[in-house]
Design a protein around this ligand. Structure first.
Ligand code: AMP
Length: 143
């Protein structure tokens, strides 16, 4: 199973935001859209950072409520680990585990074309396991 198969099933929409927006606005967008991370894009839609709900918790815990006025550029993670459509879901799972994050943007030719969350990975892995066990059951019944 590839990243492309996941994107074909879930769609390619990504919620993006600009680096000069404040943390309070980002928190509102995360809550409204019921998502866990925003991709921060700069010139020509290039990914310049990622902000997850964990970054908001960490910053508010360290600086108090005034942190909500800070621009995302001061809070986001700048070194974003990405993947391409052709990569397999198991490789993405390993990347998430090694990096201790739950979101991986999909980038092709420096263009953001989707995002894979740990929820997407688990959902597709479960579907794969169900298909494997059903194929095994069929095989046993016909053998
Ligand atoms: P998450 O588990 O995705 O909520 O993110 C945990 C931490 O990792 C946060 O500091 C995020 O900014 C960061 N993070 C999330 N996704 C990525 C990624 N693909 N590459 C680099 N850092 C990330």
């Amino acid at each position: 199973m590839t990243v492309k198969a996941i994107l074909s099933a879930k769609g390619r929409h990504v919620t993006t935001i600009e680096p000069n927006v404040d943390l309070a606005t980002a928190a509102k967008i995360l809550a409204e859209k019921k998502i866990g991370a925003l991709l921060i894009t700069g010139a020509e839609g290039r990914v310049v950072g990622i902000l997850s709900e964990r970054d908001i918790v960490r910053t508010v815990a360290a600086r108090g409520a005034s942190a909500l006025q800070m621009p995302l550029s001061e809070v986001m993670t700048r070194k974003v680990v990405t993947c391409t459509e052709a990569e397999t879901v198991s490789v993405i799972m390993e990347r998430m585990t090694a990096g201790k994050f739950r979101h991986v943007p999909v980038v092709e030719q420096e263009r953001l074309i989707g995002v894979i969350s740990i929820g997407d990975v688990v959902k597709h892995r479960l579907q794969e396991m169900e298909q494997e066990s059903s194929a095994l059951r069929d095989y046993i019944q016909t053998a």
